[in-house]
Structure formats: C-alpha cells, structure tokens
Design a protein around this ligand. Structure first.
Ligand code: CUA
Length: 340
C-alpha cells in the first residue's frame, strides 16, 4: 500500500470515531428506557443482567486477545523488500486441542449461572408468594389473582418487594411473557403451565410485550406491570374487589342500557351486570389506562372508534363489529370509562 491511501484510511477511521462519540453525546446515551434490560428493576432482571455482563466481559477479553494476536501477526510478518517468506506452519495438534477445550470451558462458565437462573426463576412458589395466573389470549393478557378474587386485563398490579409467581397459561397458541425491566422471556404454551417467579424491587410502571409471534396482532399484544410502593397495592386490590361505581351522567347511563341490550353481555363480565368470559373482564375498566392489548390509551375518542370497528384498530381481533354508530359508541365509551 502506498502512503497517501493509508493516511486517508486512518483519517477516515478517526473521523468515524469522532462522529460516533459526538453523536452519542448529542442524543444522550439513554439506558434507562422502557424496553431496556440493562437497568433491571427486579431480582430476575438483575440476575439476567449479571449473566449478560459476564458474557460481555469474557467477550471483550477474547476480542482483545484475538485482535491483539492479529495485529501482532500483521506487524511481525509484514511484507518488507527482500524479506524471506516466513516459516509456513500447518496443523498444530496441541494448540488446536487447547483452544477447543478453552472455549468449551468458557461456555460452561456461561452455562452454569444461566441454568441456575432459569431454575431459580421457575421454582415452585412459596406459601407466602403472591400468585397470579396469566392467560395469553389472542391478543390480550388476562391477569387473575386467585387469592384476592380479582380478574383484570392488560395491566398487572404488584406490590414492591413481594415475590410473585406468575403461572402462564396459553389456551390456544404459543405466546411469550416478557417485561424487559422485570424479567422473561418465558413461553406461554398450550397444555402446560410455565412459571416465572420474581420480586419487583422498584415501584414504577413497566411495559410488557408478547415476544413470540402468535398471529396477526402479535405486535399489539402488549401489557403493563404497575409496581406499587409499600401499602398502595392493597388499596388497588380493595378497589378491584368491590362492584364498579354506578354511572352518573346521562351519556354513561345510556351506554349502560345499550350494553345490557347488546351482544357485549355474552362476552364480557361486569360484576352485577354480565358474566361472559370470552373477552376481558370489564368490571373496573375505567381504572385502566389502556385497552386493546394495552396498545391504545383509554380515551373517549379511542374507545368510541374501537366500539365502531375493533378490527380496524387491532387487526384479527375476535370482538365482532356490532354496528354501533356515533351516539351509541360515544355512550358505550362513557359507560366503560365510568367503571372505576
Ligand atoms: Cu402473543 Cu405474540
């Protein structure tokens, strides 16, 4: 290689490094994001992160060794005018056996903690654990609290510092339960019950997402986990256990009447009103921030649009279009939002 191109290559490389670091500085290196696994908020998250760091450090060491050896060889055996051809070697049994064993040993170093965490996070729940049955439907998540007699959808509520055992049920197809900041992924498989045991450590609202392709609206199969500060979760449970508030304004009352006369009754449960089980339990719908697989915010506009044409908002949804229009959909939205 002649001198000018080499200088050009080095300059370009330097320029790249500068641009990259400037870019990182400008946008801010944001680790603590909703779908990030590198800022764990539970014991499961921490254990997963520890394994990730273990692998990262080993990989960095191997990278430095391999690149160091490569650079050394490039420099040591570089072409020089009049230099003889270096000694040609081929096949070195001791070396080949050694590095095969070395890499197998490194894989064992990764495997031991990995298997330990897998077993630890699916062990049988202790009597003191909070038990939550998770049901992966097409395409929404149901959360049942058998000990509290509470059923909700798309938004799981947990107390901070309390170990929770999620029992994962998949009545039809395979889904995968994943809350990046808290733990997962673990498959939700028909005909068997998988489990995730974890302890949330920081109060907050965490985003979950189905992580296994399960059909048309797989990407719309989201959920939220709300981890309450000490003493707050009990209040949530108490509110969920009671019947919903009675609607007060005229529009919501009209919605209630409409609900009671329509096919809604056959699919949804509203305590004291209906007992359908095909769709989400709506008893305290108004206390949830989201609906439709947690993919939409619960606003009157979104709900009215949803009632008018669910498939348009969540393609492939099982909820039929009931032909609700204008005033009807607005009334139903007002009624649903009144269900606190
Ligand atoms: Cu459920 Cu993807």
């Amino acid at each position: 290689m002649t001198k000018p191109p080499r200088r050009l290559a080095i300059s370009l490389l330097l320029l790249g490094v500068i641009a990259l670091s400037a870019g990182c500085g400008a946008v801010g290196w944001e680790w603590d994001t909703k779908m990030s696994t590198v800022m764990p908020k539970s014991d499961f998250g921490r254990m997963t992160h520890d394994i990730f760091m273990l692998i990262s450090w080993w990989t960095l060491g191997i990278f430095i060794l391999v690149e160091g050896g490569l650079l050394y060889a490039c420099w040591r055996f570089r072409d020089r005018p009049g230099a003889p051809i270096p000694k040609q070697i081929h096949g070195h049994t001791v070396l080949e056996v050694s590095w095969t064993i070395a890499f197998a040993a490194i894989l064992v170093i990764f495997a031991v903690p990995t298997v330990r965490v897998i077993f630890k996070t699916q062990e049988a729940p202790a009597a003191t654990d909070l038990k939550v049955d998770v049901v992966g439907h097409q395409w929404w998540w149901e959360f049942r609290y058998p000990g509290q007699n509470v059923v909700t959808a798309n938004e799981a509520h947990l107390p901070v510092g309390q170990t929770v055992a999620f029992n994962l049920h998949g009545p039809d197809v395979i889904h995968s339960f994943w809350v990046p900041q808290l733990g997962g992924k673990r498959d939700v498989v028909p005909s068997r019950v998988n489990r995730i045991t974890l302890t949330p450590e920081v109060p907050g609202e965490y985003i979950g997402q189905c992580a296994e392709y399960c059909g048309t609206s797989h990407a719309n199969m989201r959920f939220r986990v709300i981890v309450h500060p000490k003493g707050e979760w009990e209040k949530w449970v108490a509110a969920q256990q009671g019947p919903p508030l009675e609607p007060k304004d005229e529009l919501a009352l009209k919605g209630k009447e409409l609900f009671s006369q329509s096919a809604c009754m056959g699919c949804h449960t509203i305590s004291g009103m209906s007992a359908g089980i095909l769709g989400p339990n709506l008893t305290h719908f108004g206390s949830r921030k989201t609906f439709g697989g947690a993919s939409m915010m619960s606003t009157p506009e979104n709900l009215a649009k949803w009632v008018e044409n669910p498939d348009h908002m969540k393609p492939g949804v099982l909820m039929p279009n009931l032909g609700m229009r204008d005033d009807q959909s607005k009334a139903l939205a007002a009624y649903l939002l009144s269900l606190k």
